[in-house]
Design a protein around this ligand. Structure first.
Ligand code: GTP
Ligand code: MG
Length: 197
């Protein structure tokens, strides 16, 4: 798929205020600082469409973008950001989980994990929860430019092994780099194939 147009539509903190669910939607989530906003910019060929930062906790709202005038791309806040208060974290979890469960046009939730790290409890629990709620999701290993090819593949293999302990079938899995553009075509093709329109 070629991305011809990408524009910011709106930010909000509740699924009720999201735009009409009249087009397929693909959203990006994962721990703070994993590279969600950077990946969105890479996929859409924009340097500054989604706001990025070296400090975790940059994205705080549900951000809708319209791509090619026929699908929504959504940048979500990160989870697991230690510096926010427990109260703030609970609030966050409530509106994000509400969005994930109730957004009827959500075709796929991309869960991003940093390719350098071993499976983290918080990601495993989140993925488990997606399974319980039957939310369609795919995994993306980000920042692949930070590892050599062999290390990258062995980390992904270790992650898959861990997933197989609880999942009979693995989700679609991608690797990406916002620095080099690696993974772009595969992810965009997957989106095009998932969207029957
Ligand atoms: P929050 O919105 O805070 O949850 O973070 P985020 O997941 O949106 O991360 P963001 O895209 O803001 O990137 C966080 C940091 O990681 C920034 O300093 C980026 O430049 C860096 N980064 C993101 N993707 C990549 C990548 O593929 N390769 C490298 N080398 N750095 C990356
Ligand atoms: Mg962000």
């Amino acid at each position: 798929m070629e991305i011809k147009t990408a524009r910011f539509l709106m930010s909000n903190s509740s699924v009720q205020k999201c735009p009409d669910p009249n087009m397929p939607e693909f959203a990006f989530i994962g721990r703070s600082n994993v590279g969600k906003s950077s990946l969105i910019n890479m996929l859409t060929n924009h340097k500054k469409l989604a706001k990025t930062s070296g400090r975790p906790g940059k994205t705080q709202l549900i951000n809708h973008f319209v791509i090619n005038d026929n699908w929504y791309l959504v940048d979500l806040p990160g989870y697991g950001y230690a510096k926010v208060s427990k109260n703030q974290r609970n609030k966050f979890q409530a509106y994000i989980s509400d969005y994930i469960i109730n957004r009827e046009n959500l075709y796929c939730l991309f869960v991003l994990v940093d390719c350098r790290h071993e499976p983290q409890k918080i990601d495993m629990e989140f993925i488990e929860w997606l399974g319980e709620k039957q939310i369609p999701f795919a995994l993306i290993f980000t920042k692949s430019d930070k590892l050599g090819k062999n290390q990258l593949h062995s980390n992904v293999a270790a992650y898959k092994k861990q997933l197989r302990k609880t999942w009979e079938e693995l989700p679609p899995i991608f690797m990406s780099s916002a620095e080099t553009g690696f993974g772009k075509e595969e992810i965009l093709n997957f989106i095009a194939e998932t969207d029957p329109s």
